[in-house]
Design a protein around this ligand. Structure first.
Ligand code: GLU
Length: 304
């Protein structure tokens, strides 16, 4: 498969379609990004690293970071994590409160805001210096010291984080948050403020195509079985209430964020990141979804 040619061709095609998405504006800082940005980068296990467009520009990865928080918590507490968060698609928007009432503060899955907030609580209970330890973990996986939080984005989200405050307090009322909600939320906003380029993302997530083994040193980041489970969760829950559609049209495990980024992983083959900030009605990058649909259709490779 000539991935470089395919990435270039599909990029050109999607660049020319009308972008019908809308910028995420509920976090003021996100609305300041140039809406015309469009980048793609692929990293393969057989050492192809190729990108086009704005693939070296760092952007706010938002919910994509929830996967990294889950991975670190899973490493630390193992299968016990599934006592605190479920593994079912929710079919509800990412910031919904409704299921929590009936399900007594156990979020349906770790990629909903509610689930990621619980994962942040677990990390807070288990790390000495959560903010520093988490970024050190992320840098270590990718051997990339340039990765960092954005204080401006975290602050911008904190100022308007009314729903996340509600979610965290609601979960706490069921006894499912151990730490102070304000500490949990500060860490959650830092997590969501991580900035990466498409190149950073595809290189970082490549270990999930490699059965959990780091691509730089073959160090085990997750066991093979854990890596399979993270991919399964991305497949079933990675795209808010458009996860079924993503499986249907793209057929890869992946995760999106409201900053317009998407990471997708083809086990045993590659990781690919796409960034275009305007979002479709379900909150996923309009062009990113179109790109990946065309990419997997033309490559005739998917996990199905
Ligand atoms: N920080 C965002 C929020 O809590 C994450 C949303 C997302 O990317 O899905 O609203």
């Amino acid at each position: 498969m000539n991935f470089t040619e395919l990435v270039r061709d599909v990029y050109q095609k999607i660049e020319n379609i009308e972008d019908r998405g809308e910028m995420a504006s509920y976090i003021p800082e996100l609305a300041k990004v140039d809406p015309t940005n469009f980048g793609v980068h692929i990293s393969t296990l057989d050492q192809i690293h190729f990108g086009v467009g704005d693939c070296y520009d760092k952007f706010s990865i938002q919910s994509i970071a929830k996967v990294l928080a889950l991975i670190l918590a899973y490493r630390i507490v193992g299968d016990q994590i599934w006592n605190r968060v479920g593994v079912e698609p929710s079919g509800t928007p990412f910031n919904s409160l409704v299921q929590l009432e009936v399900e007594k503060g156990i979020p349906r899955n770790p990629f909903l805001n509610a689930g990621a907030i619980v994962v942040c609580d677990i990390l807070l209970s288990n790390l000495k210096h959560p903010k520093e330890d988490f970024i050190a973990f992320v840098r270590n996986i990718s051997q990339n010291e340039t990765l960092d939080y954005s204080g401006t984005i975290a602050q911008s989200e904190k100022e308007v984080g009314y729903r996340n405050v509600a979610l965290c307090n609601f979960i706490k009322s069921f006894g499912q948050i151990d730490n102070e909600p304000s500490d949990v939320l500060d860490f959650y906003y830092d997590l969501c403020s991580l900035k990466m380029s498409c190149k950073d993302l595809s290189e970082l997530f490549l270990f999930l195509a490699n059965n959990g083994l780091g691509v730089h040193n073959n160090e085990s980041i997750l066991t093979e079985s854990q890596s399979k489970r993270i991919n399964a969760l991305m497949q079933t829950c990675g795209f808010y209430d458009e996860s079924g559609e993503f499986a249907f049209k793209v057929g890869l495990p992946g995760k999106s964020g409201v900053g317009g980024g998407i990471i997708a992983v083809h086990p045993d083959q590659y990781a690919i990141a796409v960034w275009s900030p305007k979002l479709n009605k379900k909150g996923n990058s309009y062009r990113g979804m179109k790109f990946l649909e065309e990419f997997t259709t033309r490559s005739e490779l998917s996990i199905f």
